[in-house]
Design a protein around this ligand. Structure first.
Ligand code: ATP
Length: 304
């Protein structure tokens, strides 16, 4: 089922074509990485979908419904964190969430809902530190609290605009684990924008590349793996003398050089482990290798 589909969506500000005929599709269960440089049009698309701005022309469907009125109805099933999360810095996590419950008209008691969302974003400890104000949280905690605020309404589609902005590597990892968990355990469909492809690479199942308001390409994670030459490199205990077994087992895109076997893309381990075992070869070490994803990104958008 398509959660979001856009039809030739355009948004023009005076002479700037922020979106210039965008067609993308996000399916149920996707973690859709929306990739583009600063100013490419990512936030503009998110603003249109969330109803903060109106398209100049074109339209979009949400949960399969395309009319503007249906879009409004469907927005109840969506939550978004656009730019920085709308937190009250002088309030604690609990108070921020309670306020959100009241604003959204969530039925009492709120405590249970709040505990649930704090657990989901791994911030339950903040219920103990009840007085700690949001302004004293780390940026990563603030971002996660922002997501907890979005989760209060129990959305099916979560939209995040540059959630990694300003985060350190640990914060980026926490965010990645959180989004993967929400997708897997709660079946949440997620749209996440970024200008850094490698940050989304361990997360997204599909990608849309946008530049100057135009979507250049949509591709799946496995297509990205293939095209950016993601490889698994195996160090073998001794050289594999014949490739015949690998070919017979259906291994396709690979390079064998003495005791190093490089397998491109994602291929089943069944296609080579048995062959190696039969030749009495052990795998001593496994590493992942890739062409620099940012190089791939820049070549995609025609930059240097
Ligand atoms: P960033 O990561 O920098 O936010 P982005 O990909 O989200 O980049 P947008 O914010 O969507 O990009 O901006 C796309 C283009 O539209 C830019 O050239 C921007 O200057 C322009 N733009 C966006 N909003 C407005 C506005 N309200 N008025 C005029 N121009 C705008």
């Amino acid at each position: 089922m398509n959660i979001l589909q856009t039809f030739d969506l355009k948004k023009t500000y005076r002479r700037t074509h922020a979106l210039d005929g965008v067609n993308i599709t996000i399916q149920k269960g996707d973690i859709y990485g929306f990739i583009g440089k600063n100013g490419a049009g990512k936030t503009t698309l998110i603003r249109l979908i969330t109803g903060v701005a109106e398209p100049t022309s074109g339209s979009f469907s949400l949960f399969g419904e395309r009319t503007p009125l249906a879009n409004i109805r469907a927005r109840k099933r969506i939550a978004a964190v656009v730019e920085s999360p709308a937190l009250h810095m002088n309030l604690s996590a609990y108070e921020n969430l309670k306020l959100q419950c009241i604003l959204l008209g969530i039925a009492q008691p709120h405590q249970k809902v709040i505990e649930e969302v704090l657990t989901k974003v791994d911030l339950l400890s903040l219920l103990v530190e009840k007085k700690k104000k949001a302004k004293n949280f780390s940026l990563g905690m603030r971002q996660r609290l922002g997501i907890a605020m979005a989760l209060i309404s129990n959305p099916e589609f979560l939209i995040l605009d540059e959630p990694n902005n300003g985060l350190d590597p640990e914060g980026i990892r926490d965010m990645r684990e959180l989004l993967l968990r929400l997708n897997k355990e709660d079946g949440l469909t997620i749209l996440v924008s970024s200008h850094i492809l490698s940050e989304l690479a361990k997360l997204a199942t599909r990608y849309g590349f946008i530049d100057k308001g135009k979507v250049l390409r949509e591709l799946s994670a496995s297509e990205l793996n293939r095209e950016s030459r993601q490889a698994t490199v195996l160090s073998l205990s001794k050289p594999l003398l014949s490739e015949a077994g690998l070919k017979e087992a259906g291994l396709k895109d690979y390079e064998l050089s003495g005791s190093t076997l490089k397998i491109f893309g994602t291929q089943s381990t069944n296609k080579y482990l048995a062959v190696l075992a039969q030749a009495d070869i052990e795998v001593m070490n496994i590493t992942k290798e890739a062409d620099d994803l940012e190089t791939f990104f820049m070549s995609m958008i025609g930059g240097k």
